[in-house]
Ligand binder design. Structure first.
Ligand SMILES: Cc1cc2nc3c(=O)[nH]c(=O)nc-3n(C[C@H](O)[C@H](O)[C@H](O)COP(=O)(O)O)c2cc1C
Length: 175
């Protein structure tokens, strides 16, 4: 199994719950809660594959524990070339449907700028109902969109399917 780091920012625990499930599904992976476990950009160096999780807040912004980190990344541009990166996160398509899970796109832009290989884990927009999302690119979300508030029953299966998709796309084999 490849070396997988799951970095997650979550205020209410929804994206964290998805991250914990992903940790189970990617054997030997490490879960880094941005609030408690993150200690600097060098931490990305420990992994070949990064699964980056954040819920969306404000006007389509990443969760608060990511804000300074993304700002630092934009300025310092740490070298993430060679790393495969995918994004996931929670939102609310009904009450915040004007910017549903837009944080995924903002994070993808920053990781791409640092040379990371993105484009993994793009996810169909069917079965969601929202007005606008920055994360919609070429007809798909640029990562896994979770909506526990309106579609809680779908969350676990979405995470499981996404993990299977990623393993295929990234060429990860279970031990
Ligand atoms: C003040 C506020 C602003 C929000 N803004 C957005 C938004 O722009 N887009 C979105 O998809 N969800 C938005 N949400 C919904 C949260 O992302 C949602 O509650 C999510 O489940 C939180 O996930 P977490 O528990 O992982 O932090 C917002 C929620 C609140 C309370």
């Amino acid at each position: 199994m490849a070396n997988v780091g799951i970095f997650v920012g979550s205020s209410g625990g929804v994206t964290l719950g998805a991250a914990e499930k992903l940790q189970e599904l990617f054997e030997g992976s490490e879960l880094i809660n941005m609030e408690e476990d993150y200690d600097g950009l060098e931490q990305f160096d420990d992994f070949d594959i990064l699964l980056i999780g954040s819920s969306t807040w404000g006007q389509g912004d990443p969760q608060r524990d990511w804000v300074d980190v993304l700002y630092e990344m934009q300025n310092d541009e740490p070298d993430l070339s060679g790393k495969k990166v995918a994004f996931f996160g929670a939102g609310d398509q009904k009450t915040h449907g004007e910017h549903f899970v837009s944080a995924l796109a903002k994070m993808e832009d920053v990781f791409k700028k640092c040379g990371a290989k993105t484009g993994f884990g793009y996810w169909p927009t069917e079965n969601y109902n929202y007005k606008f999302s920055l994360a919609e690119k070429e007809g798909k979300f640029c990562g896994l969109a979770i909506d526990d508030i309106n579609q809680g029953d779908f969350t676990e299966n979405r995470v499981i399917s996404w993990a299977e998709q990623l393993k295929k796309e990234m060429g990860i084999e279970d031990d």
